[in-house]
Design a protein around this ligand. Sequence first.
Ligand code: GDP
Ligand code: MG
Length: 167
Amino acid sequence: KSGYVALVGRPNVGKSTLLNHLLGQKLSIVSRRPQTTRHRILGIKTDGRGQVIYVDTPGIHGGARRAMNRYLNRTAISSLLGVDVILWLVDRAGWLPDDELVMARIKEAKLPVILVINKVDRIEGKDTLLPFLAEANATGLFSEIVPISALKGINLAVLEERVLALL
Ligand code: GDP
Ligand code: MG
């Protein structure tokens, strides 16, 4: 099994942290400041199960008024071309207005999408996630919905299994 997997989502949701944790190396730039990742970076993970080529993208932004934001949007959207699976990361805050822009792009791409709910280590009560899970499920957009913590490494093995199953 092998294929390309795009990491998309708002700035700061944890895309670079996830990539670094999955690959076990500091390949991508992780920062508290949004928009640190200016160019897509490829990370390749090969093991007994197959080869997964991860594409880290700059965040897709709503309200792209500034030239830099427009550039980042184009880069993020073009990075979806030719991929096999999309990992759409959101954090525990759930949907924000910017996510609607990402959603529109994902619908256009007509690819399998795994909704990855990151930063679950910061969720206080487990039940706070339930309305969001129900809403996400009702969109019918997602092949899988996987809660993780990219920082703590929670549920990443499950995520990798789901990715491989879609390749
Ligand atoms: P990106 O802009 O989507 O690439 O986000 P980054 O990977 O740069 O992460 C943005 C911030 O969120 C950094 O301060 C990370 O340490 C933090 N972060 C990422 N994943 C997690 C997580 O699972 N839990 C917590 N608590 N923080 C996280
Ligand atoms: Mg990043």
